[in-house]
Design a protein around this ligand. Structure first.
Ligand code: PRP
Ligand code: GUN
Length: 184
């Protein structure tokens, strides 16, 4: 199961972002290129496990976008992108994003009270991004039916679960200077 995802992760190169060992992979970076067969394997799997009885798929710029696009085409569900720049439309919600290697702001538009949403993203590490997003969506009054992330590294998911956030991931990896290994 998820053979293409596992095989490709084992080949992922590592670069350094400060102290952080950052892996580079088609799903998390679009580099070197994202093969349709890999995207198909992953999104078929997400459709098998996720609650797709939702009004909207929600994806975070940038690398949530290919996942949301493929899922939207398969399910017919529209998607919204949480952007890294403001539009200054009425009702825009701003949140702070902090990962293991960066800080910034995210902007939510056009998600309203009562909307049922499925969140998808490429990677979770500290969980900072998703925790901020889920909290903001709850504050808006949207119902997060499911949160699915393709690649899990680090302790973010465990920390989020302790705080009552429900996140499911497709593969859990370890990353060090030698590369990526897959946790069984
Ligand atoms: O669990 P965390 O530590 O918060 O890290 C996870 C976030 O990091 C990546 O986003 P990034 O901001 O690097 O954006 P990108 O998709 O544009 O590469 C990834 O897409 C997640 O959104
Ligand atoms: N591509 C990529 N995205 C990430 N998001 C959080 N950690 C990582 C990482 O190591 N690589």
């Amino acid at each position: 199961m998820l053979e293409k995802l596992h095989d490709s992760l084992l080949k992922a190169p590592i670069v350094h972002r400060g102290e952080y060992h950052y892996f580079i992979h088609p799903i998390s970076d679009g580099v070197p290129f994202l093969e349709p067969e890999l995207l198909d394997e992953i999104t078929e799997h997400i459709m098998e496990i996720a609650d797709t009885d939702v009004d909207r798929i929600v994806a975070i710029e940038a690398m949530g976008i290919p996942l949301a696009t493929a899922l939207s085409l398969k399910t017919g569900i529209p998607f919204s992108i949480i952007r890294k720049r403001p539009y200054e439309l009425d009702g825009e919600v701003i949140l702070s994003q902090k990962t293991g290697y960066s800080k910034g702001e995210l902007f939510i538009n056009a998600i309203k009270k009562g909307d049922r949403v499925l969140i998808v993203d490429d990677v979770i590490s500290t969980g900072g991004t998703l925790m901020a997003l889920i909290s903001a969506l709850k504050e808006i009054g949207a119902e997060v039916s499911d949160t699915i992330v393709v690649i899990e590294r680090g302790e973010g998911v465990a920390g989020m679960r302790e705080l009552g956030f429900d996140v499911r991931t497709l593969v859990r990896i370890n990353v060090d200077e030698n590369g990526v290994s897959i946790e069984e």
